[in-house]
Design a protein around this ligand. Sequence first.
Ligand SMILES: [Zn+2]
Length: 136
Amino acid sequence: MYFVTHVLAGAALATRSPGPAAAIAGGLGTHLLLDWAPHHDYRRPLTGFIDFFAGLALVAALSLLKGSAQVWWGALGAGLPDLEVALFGLGLIRSRRVLPLFPSHRGLSPHVKVGLLPGVLTQAAVAAVSAWLLAT
Ligand SMILES: [Zn+2]
């Protein structure tokens, strides 16, 4: 799933969380669930950079709109697992003895990938629900 989708969902859940620790935990939980949802992943580093900075800009805008830093905690929990994906994808971790830590990246929980159109539609649905949570 795209970084921007993960951080949006984590930020939305964070607005309903009682504090930073719960927001981070909720964000991690959304990452696990959203990796389970059928989704599309890109392969090009440039797309990853664009996705990363779009996610940061989105969370910054949400933080300003909501007048709270709480969304950052949820976004941190939701986005942090993809740090290891970036490290592996950019070749910064090359050892075959080092495996990803996050369950859905390691194959310990489902990570369902589909083609571009259904995968993007799934993420659009997640974004719509997240936007609704943020607006209400
Ligand atoms: Zn993931």
